[in-house]
Design a protein around this ligand. Structure first.
Ligand code: NAD
Length: 427
C-alpha cells in the first residue's frame, strides 16, 4: 500500500527535503584514492582496481572489431530490430535540436556571433554492474554523434571479467559509438579523465551509474565536463476521475521497480481513483519479479496525494519538479501551459513513461531530485560549445572608445582603457 497524504502533509514530508542525491562520505574517500592512483600510475593502477572492484581483469581492455561483429549473432533478431527502431526515433527527435553557428550583428563596421562547435572526444558511461541498459547507450551516444563529436568512447564493466553484454555492443553500433572499453566504476571515470597507456582522455563524461560512479564524476568535474549527478528516479502523475487506476498503478510500479529509493507520486482530485489505485498496486505488485524493490519504494518513498483541484495538483508538481510528469487527464495538451518544472512530460492515458524510457524519441537522461527547476534533460546541446566572436572596424572602435574607457577606469583597470586609447586616431 502506498501511504495517502493530504496536500499540506505532502508538502511537509516531501517538498522540504533537499539533497536526496548526496553520496556517502566513505564512497567519496574510496573514489579519491582510486582517482589519485590512476592519475599517477595509469594502466598499472587501472588493472589493480579492475581486479579489485570488477572482480577479474579482461585480457584486452578494448572491445575488438571481431567481438563487436560477433555480438550481432548473439542477440535475438527481434531485439535488434526493436533497438534499431528505437534508435531511429531517438535520432529523428534529437536531429531537430541541431543548430548552426549564428551571426548576430553584421554591417560593414561590426560583425558578431556565435560559433557552434562539437566537443572533440566524449566518454559514455554505461552501467553494467547488476543489470544491462542498452537504452542508456542509445540515449547518451546518439545526441553526441549527431552533435558531431569526433570520437565517442563507451566504457562499461565486463561480465565475469571478460566480455561485455553483447546487446550493449549492438546498441553501441546502432548509436555510432567509436570505441568500447571493458572498464567500469571509479576506475573507468578516472581513466577517461586523465588517460592511461590504453585509455584516451576525453573532454566530457556522460551517463548514469551507481554511487561510486556518481562520486567519481563529481570529483573529476572541472578536469572534464560531466552531464549531471543523477539521484533516484521519480515520477509524478496528475490524474482525475477520467484516469484508469490500472494504468496509474502500472506506471507508479514501473518507476518504483528501478530502485528502493525511487519515488512515485500521484496527485489526484478523485478519492475513488486514489483508493482504486492502491488496490491495483497491491494486485500488480504481487506478480512483479522485482516486487521487493518496488514494494520498498512504494511504501517508504512514495505518496498518493489528495488535492482539492487540478490547479493545486500542478502547483505541487511544479514545486516537486519531478524527473517525469504524467498527465492522465482528458484533453492533456490543454495543460501544457501549466507546467513550469519537470524533466519530461507524458501526456494522456496512452503515453506511459516506458515509451520515453526506451523508444519514442525524447531523451531519458533527465534531471532528478528537484533539479528540473534549473536544468534540462540530455540533448544535442550537451555536446556543443558556443564560442562567441567579434569584429570591430577602426571607425566602430573610435565610436565605442569613450564608453569602454569610462567603464575600464571605473574598474581601476587602466591597462584595459589604454588598449583602446592606443588605437585611437590622433587628431
Ligand atoms: P555500475 O556500472 O554503475 O557500477 C558497477 C561498478 O561499480 C563496478 O564495475 C565496480 O567497479 C563499482 N563498484 C561496485 N562496488 C564497489 C565498491 N565496493 N567499491 C568501489 N567500486 C565498486 O552498475 P550498477 O551497480 O548496476 O548501477 C547502475 C546504476 O545506474 C543504478 O543505480 C541505476 O539505477 C542507474 N541507472 C540510471 C539510469 C538513468 O537514466 N538515470 C539508467 C540506467 C541505470
Amino acid at each position: 500500500m502506498i501511504p495517502i497524504y493530504q496536500s499540506k502533509n505532502f508538502q511537509e514530508n516531501f517538498l522540504n527535503i533537499k539533497k536526496e542525491n548526496q553520496v556517502d562520505e566513505k564512497v567519496y574517500q574510496v573514489a579519491k584514492e582510486v582517482i589519485a592512483d590512476i592519475r599517477v600510475n595509469g594502466d598499472v593502477a587501472l588493472e589493480k582496481y579492475v581486479a579489485k572492484f570488477d572482480r577479474s581483469v579482461p585480457k584486452n581492455w578494448e572491445v575488438t572489431t571481431e567481438e563487436r561483429e560477433s555480438a550481432w549473432n548473439q542477440v535475438d533478431p527481434n531485439t535488434i530490430d526493436a533497438l534499431k527502431r528505437a534508435g531511429a526515433n531517438i535520432k529523428a527527435f534529437h536531429k531537430k535540436q541541431l543548430q548552426s553557428s549564428k551571426f548576430m550583428q553584421v554591417d560593414s563596421d561590426i560583425v558578431s556571433g556565435q560559433l557552434f562547435r562539437a566537443i572533440e572526444r566524449v566518454g559514455i558511461y554505461v552501467p553494467g554492474g547488476t543489470a544491462c541498459y542498452p537504452s542508456s547507450v542509445l540515449m547518451n551516444a546518439i545526441p553526441a554523434v549527431l552533435a558531431g563529436v569526433d570520437e565517442v568512447i563507451m566504457v562499461t564493466p565486463a561480465r565475469d571479467g571478460e566480455e561485455i553484454a553483447p546487446i550493449l555492443s549492438v546498441a553501441a553500433d546502432i548509436a555510432g559509438v567509436d570505441r568500447i572499453f571493458k572498464i567500469g566504476g571509479i576506475q573507468a571515470i578516472a581513466a577517461l579523465t586523465y588517460g592511461t597507456e590504453s585509455v584516451p582522455t576525453v573532454d566530457k563524461i556522460v551517463g548514469p551509474g551507481n554511487a561510486y560512479v556518481a562520486a567519481a564524476k563529481s570529483l573529476v568535474f572541472g578536469d572534464v565536463g560531466i552531464d549531471m549527478i543523477a539521484g533516484p528516479s521519480e515520477v509524478a502523475i496528475i490524474a482525475d476521475d477520467t484516469a484508469n487506476p490500472v494504468y496509474v498503478a502500472a506506471d507508479l510500479i514501473a518507476q518504483s521497480e528501478h530502485d528502493k529509493n525511487a519515488r512515485s507520486f500521484l496527485f489526484s482530485t478523485s478519492k475513488s481513483l486514489i483508493e482504486a489505485t492502491n488496490k491495483e498496486v497491491e494486485k500488480q505488485c504481487a506478480v512483479l519479479p522485482r516486487q521487493e524493490i518496488a514494494g520498498a519504494s512504494l511504501q517508504e518513498k512514495s505518496a498518493l496525494v489528495y488535492v482539492s483541484d487540478i490547479e493545486e495538483a500542478f502547483r505541487l508538481a511544479n514545486k516537486l519538479a519531478p524527473e517525469h510528469l504524467e498527465i492522465q487527464l482528458d484533453n492533456p495538451l490543454d495543460y501544457l501551459g501549466k507546467i513550469k518544472n519537470a524533466g519530461s512530460v507524458f501526456l494522456g492515458h496512452y503515453t506511459p513513461e516506458s515509451l520515453g524510457d526506451y523508444y519514442a524519441g525524447p531523451n531519458h537522461v533527465l534531471p532528478t531530485s528537484g533539479t528540473a527547476r534549473f536544468s534540462s534533460g540530455l540533448s544535442v546541446d550537451d555536446f556543443i560549445k558556443k564560442t562567441t566572436f567579434l569584429y570591430y572596424s577602426e571607425n566602430a572602435l573610435q565610436q565605442a572608445s569613450d564608453d569602454v574607457m569610462t567603464i575600464a577606469k571605473e574598474e581601476f583597470l587602466d591597462g584595459h582603457a589604454r588598449a583602446v586609447e592606443k588605437r585611437l586616431k590622433k587628431n
